[in-house]
Design a protein around this ligand. Structure first.
Ligand code: 5BU
Length: 277
């Protein structure tokens, strides 16, 4: 049986990377495979959404560079909310440069991502050196990396041979690469000639492009339901942004909370169905 068909709790025990283990343990504790993507530009909205959805998530995804009034103290507030509500933090930075540059982007600058983000991600486009560069910063801090194996947008170039190469790169860096941003599972993908799928391989699949009410956003985004992502495609964590907070310009925080609860329940029920299939 493929490792991902076990419970989150069992899978946590077998992870060698601390961030992957912590995430799976949080998923189990909170009975939530929901990650909310908080794509708003003011610190105030950012913190109020996170405080509202906190009880229903195991992971908060950030785009810290879109915050207009960013100050280092925002990170302290984010960390307080992470402790209060028991969730991990994932900065969706999508690194894509040479090893030396990404190491600097990860550790330094205004945002110092590596100091607070348990998980981040990278495009495999530069080749294995991007993992090596990020690992020099992330591994000593017990961080984990996701590779972008696929994207949710229409016409994405990350498919076929590109996706296969991404999975091979991950298999060569098991201590740091904990999984993929993808729309499907990666077991059996990218096996080299004569290589057999390792049944113990257990990458985390985090899936954006999830929505219960819309099928797209008019700018290339494509949505599938939590059921499609988790039950049909074997996703481990659903990533939901606007499906939960709509248009931040006219947000009702009680409604945001209600939607987070709704998505948590849909994601968790799909997982229970997968376990019992
Ligand atoms: P949405 O509001 O649920 O559409 O937000 C989705 C988020 O996930 C947003 O922050 C994107 O940057 C992110 N994303 C995505 O939508 N699709 C992808 O393939 C990747 C990231 Br990778």
């Amino acid at each position: 049986m493929a490792a991902y068909l076990n419970t989150y709790a069992d899978r946590a025990k077998k992870q060698i990377n601390p961030a992957a283990r912590d995430l799976l343990e949080a998923v189990e504790r909170k009975q939530s495979n929901l990650c909310v993507s908080v794509d708003v530009t003011s610190s105030k909205d950012f913190l109020s959404i996170i405080d509202a959805v906190g009880p229903y998530v195991s992971l908060i995804k950030t785009h810290i560079d879109i915050i207009e009034d960013f100050e280092p103290s925002l990170i302290l507030r984010l960390q307080e909310l992470s402790a209060k509500h028991d969730f991990l933090i994932f900065e969706d930075r999508k690194f894509a440069d040479i090893g030396n540059t990404v190491a600097l982007q990860y550790s330094s600058g205004v945002h110092k991502i590596a100091t607070w983000s348990h998980i981040t991600n990278a495009h495999p486009v530069p080749g294995p050196s991007i993992i090596k560069g990020l690992a020099t910063v992330g591994l000593p801090l017990r961080r984990g990396l996701l590779l972008l194996a696929e994207m949710s947008t229409a016409g994405a170039l990350a498919r076929g041979a590109y996706t296969e190469d991404a999975v091979r790169m991950a298999r060569d860096a098991r201590d740091f690469v904990i999984g993929f941003i993808a729309q499907h599972r990666m077991e059996g993908v990218g096996l080299r000639e004569g290589e057999k799928q390792d049944d113990a391989e257990d990458y985390l699949i985090l899936t954006p492009g999830v929505g219960l009410d819309a099928t797209g956003d008019g700018l290339g985004q494509q949505y599938r339901t939590p059921q499609e992502a988790v039950l049909s495609s074997g996703s481990d964590i659903i990533i939901v942004g606007r499906g939960i907070y709509g248009n931040p310009g006219n947000m009702n925080i009680n409604e945001v909370q209600r939607q987070a609860e709704r998505y948590r329940e849909a994601g968790w029920n799909a997982y229970l169905q997968r376990l019992n299939r």
